[in-house]
Ligand binder design. Structure first.
Ligand SMILES: Nc1nc2c(ncn2[C@@H]2O[C@H](COP(=O)(O)OP(=O)(O)O)[C@@H](O)[C@H]2O)c(=O)[nH]1
Ligand SMILES: [Mg+2]
Ligand SMILES: [Zn+2]
Length: 317
């Protein structure tokens, strides 16, 4: 039987069998027991039943993985799999829009090779004088990220004013997909998910809350199924630490900038108006310059924050 892992706790996996709605509890068998992340939430698995017990006997190849590098152990730790879309949520009112934070999530999107979209929520409270939403959306076109403007509060009553895409388009984007919502606390992720799920999210999380989720561990993650989309909820994924990224690798996580960097005359270019032979010197459009400047700003800020490659990892000369 084919199933999908919806929740895991202490080596117990709650799986949804294809075509059924209740979860069955399964344990892993054989070599699947070895690694701590050989079975994770989101996995598509082959399940066998023996004497009324369910066993996971095989994990199908993963389409995508959410992972971090554990530095101490020098290995990759996977927390969830088979995610189709990252939904980065910002607030257009309070808390204030944080460009750098969006770029940080986009860095993970590049690292995990999972496409991202961006949502400006709380549009009912948006004031043009606070920030230039049209510019921010244009800027996000550089790393090829689509933006949507919505109000979780007003739902379908709110129609987009600045951009072309609103909640209807967002629903379309999500349709049939497994998504993860990212964004700082208070931007309205829960409210938006609740709105998109027609109120089901609140009901489901209350149900799980009663069962005592989160009392024993902070690393839980689970899947919630709604009529039209699937959600992976995992607080661990929201971690902001970049200690598992090395400065040497950062440009690969800014593919839009890397494309430009590769046209510079020197590979160790300092990128900017003063750098000899830099792509930057060929720019003429003031808006494009402004956009590139702001992406470069994020890039250099993150480069100051990520780890230097440790000596033992450097190739011997
Ligand atoms: N005005 C307005 N308030 C919102 C909107 N979405 C969420 N909120 C409020 O913002 C606060 C934080 O929302 P919540 O969904 O808990 O944010 P989360 O921390 O990202 O999950 C709550 O008081 C919500 O009622 C919106 O579209 N408009
Ligand atoms: Mg929330
Ligand atoms: Zn350059």
């Amino acid at each position: 039987m084919e199933g999908r892992v919806y929740r895991s706790a202490q080596r117990m996996f709650y799986c949804k069998l294809k075509g059924e709605s209740d979860l069955v509890m399964a344990t892993a068998k054989g070599n699947l027991l070895k690694g701590s992340d050989s079975v994770v939430v989101g996995d598509i698995v082959e399940i066998k039943e023996e004497d009324g017990q369910h066993y996971i006997v095989e994990v199908m190849e993963r389409k995508s993985e959410i992972w971090r590098q554990i530095k101490r152990e020098n290995k990759k730790k996977v927390t969830a799999s088979n995610i189709d879309l990252l939904v980065i949520v910002s607030s257009a009112a309070k808390p204030k829009y944080k460009r750098g934070l969006v770029d940080r999530f986009l860095m993970r999107s590049a690292q995990w090779e999972i496409p991202a979209i961006h949502v400006f929520n709380k549009m009912d409270g948006y004031k043009e004088k606070d920030f230039d939403l049209a510019f921010e959306a244009k800027r996000l076109e550089m790393p090829k990220v689509d933006s949507f403007e919505v109000s979780a509060k007003e739902g379908e009553e709110y129609s987009p004013q600045v951009l072309k895409k609103g909640i209807k388009d967002l629903r379309e984007q999500l349709s049939g997909k497994t998504a993860i919502f990212l964004g700082q606390s208070g931007v309205g992720k829960s409210s938006l998910i609740n709105r998109l799920s027609g109120g089901e999210f609140e009901l489901k999380t209350k149900e799980i809350g009663r069962a005592g989720k989160g009392t024993h561990t902070t690393t839980w993650s689970e899947i919630l199924d709604f009529e039209d989309f699937t959600l992976i909820d995992s607080p661990g994924i929201r971690s902001f630490s970049l200690d598992d990224v090395y400065s040497e690798d950062l440009e690969f996580l800014f593919p839009d900038l890397l494309d430009l960097f590769l046209t510079c005359q020197f590979r160790n270019c300092d990128h900017g108006p003063e750098a000899k032979g830099c792509f930057y010197n060929g720019l003429t459009d003031p808006e494009q310059i402004k956009i590139i400047d702001s992406r470069l700003e994020s890039y250099y800020k993150l480069r100051d924050e990520v780890s230097e490659i440790p000596d033992w990892k450097k190739k011997p000369h």
